[in-house]
Design a protein around this ligand. Structure first.
Ligand code: CTP
Ligand code: CA
Length: 224
């Protein structure tokens, strides 16, 4: 029994994870998206499930695949759909991890028909999407809430501001400075910052290993 528990330290825990990009429709055949591969979020889901957690993986469009009895994949397309799916499951979970690269803006009007080419210049008006992670922070009760931050300047200060603004317990700061880290890479270099602003820079490593590091933070939260 004790042995099983040490191998499956997250047994009975429910974890909500967001992954991938979102696609925001312009018309029936076009969208605004980004280069997120989804790999980081899927690797976190796999690590969590391998530790015994029940995972709800809410993902935007990706080529990632997952096949684990403890992972329920909820496929979404837009930021609004991701928001709705997250709130459907959030009240019930012990941990939420926002690894998705959610679009910050979407076209204000979506054309019903394919937009025809006409004028030399074409402007698409955008409006803000809902910030999913902020809304999870606002509604936080028992949940241990982890966010990501992607910064290209004032990394640490901006990440700290996100911890406070979004009511997070931990943030995973992506260091884009590093050659081996980023959207389409299989490796990542991150810095953990907790809600007390304790800063922990990690080595460049595979996304699988970064996922394990994140789950170790989750385990520490429950056992320390
Ligand atoms: N996030 C989210 N919903 C959004 C935008 C972001 O849930 N509409 C989450 C991301 O999944 C990530 C965190 O918020 O965990 C930070 O995302 P990031 O793009 O770094 O920050 P933003 O708050 O969007 O601010 P900015 O892009 O201006 O830096
Ligand atoms: Ca953003």
């Amino acid at each position: 029994e004790a042995d099983l528990e040490s191998k499956l330290p997250l047994k009975e825990k429910k974890i909500l994870i967001t992954a991938g990009p979102t696609y925001e429709a312009i018309d029936p055949v076009r969208f605004i998206g980004n280069h997120s591969s989804g790999k980081m979020g899927f690797d976190i889901a796999k690590s969590a499930a391998n530790l015994g957690a029940s995972v709800i993986l809410v993902s935007g469009p990706t080529h990632c695949v997952v096949n684990h009895v403890l992972i329920q994949l909820v496929k979404v397309t837009s930021a609004q759909e991701m928001y709705d799916a997250c709130h459907q499951y959030y009240a019930d979970v012990d941990v939420a991890i926002a690894a998705a690269a959610v679009a910050d803006y979407r076209p204000k009007n979506v054309a019903n028909q394919k937009i025809k080419k006409a004028a030399d210049n074409f402007v698409i008006e955008l409006e803000k999407t809902k910030d999913i992670l902020s809304s999870l922070g606002e509604n936080k009760k028992q949940q241990f809430l982890i966010g990501f931050a992607l910064e290209t300047e004032n990394e640490i200060e901006n990440a700290k501001a996100k911890i406070q603004k979004k009511n997070l317990d931990l943030i995973v700061l992506n260091s884009l400075q590093d050659e081996g880290a980023g959207f389409q890479k299989t490796t990542n270099k991150v810095t953990f910052i907790d809600k007390d602003f304790k800063i922990e820079p990690m080595e460049l490593k595979s996304k699988e290993a970064v996922a394990d590091d994140i789950l170790n933070k989750v385990i520490a939260h429950f056992y320390e």
